[in-house]
Design a protein around this ligand. Sequence first.
Ligand SMILES: Nc1ncnc2c1ncn2[C@@H]1O[C@H](COP(=O)(O)OP(=O)(O)O)[C@@H](O)[C@H]1O
Ligand SMILES: [Mg+2]
Length: 268
Amino acid sequence: MAFVMDQVSATTTGAPLLSVDGVTLQYKTPDHLVTATYRVSFDIHRHERLILLGPSGCGKSTILKAMAGFLQPVEGRITLKDRVIEGPGPDRMMVFQEFDQLLPWKTVVQNVSYPMLVNGIGAQDAKERALDALAKVNLSKFADAYPHMLSGGMKQRVAIARAMAMKPDVLLMDEPYAALDALTRRKMQEELLQLWDDIGFTLVFVTHSIDEAVVIGSRIVVLSPHPGQVRAEINCDHLGLDERTSPEFAELTGRISHMLFDGQDVAH
Ligand SMILES: Nc1ncnc2c1ncn2[C@@H]1O[C@H](COP(=O)(O)OP(=O)(O)O)[C@@H](O)[C@H]1O
Ligand SMILES: [Mg+2]
């Protein structure tokens, strides 16, 4: 491997929750075949915040879609708790980019209940689970409020509560803050890390921002440009928001930047 990075921490030992194993993903268009990722492998352990980092077009969203079960690998396999993923399921919840996806005519608790109702959970049970999830993200007081009454950070908490109410094994987020201004983005990152501290979940988070990857991630999978291949795995659990002005943070982001923009070697 071209870049052998930091030691893998104790949290990443033992059986993985989710395994991406030699996965090649392709799109068939009418006139050609697009290879989005080529033989990508990495593991995700429970309670990790795993970042998929790479330049635009390297296949990050495609890997996430395959994890969600919307796309099947042409080579390799993705397993969750040792079972091959063959389609979408409530054990993998995508928290979508737009927190304004909340239905504006439904209250917060109705928004959180909605996916459960769609998945055949009874109304009473769904409401109880929704209220439970809202309590966990500290939004009980806003259960009967409408989305327009909430700040961006609160909407993110509702979106996460809605996903968590389904009791998934993993939350998937695809560049959720890409369209935000720097200050709002920082606030959302703080909120997300606080929530992770409070309720604990397994997160797969896609970004093309090196700084965001180091702040949010406990581990980073660095992908090469199109077609995406794993260039390195980096443990960065010791570097977060409080360390972002430290020399170590700058050193790591510099190293990753070099890897993304100058590195030619690709690990197999
Ligand atoms: N629906 C599609 N049909 C054909 N090609 C696609 C489709 N979606 C993505 N691609 C191609 O697959 C590659 C990876 O795309 P994507 O996963 O969206 O990258 P990223 O999320 O890293 O920016 C790109 O070359 C993109 O053009
Ligand atoms: Mg994308």
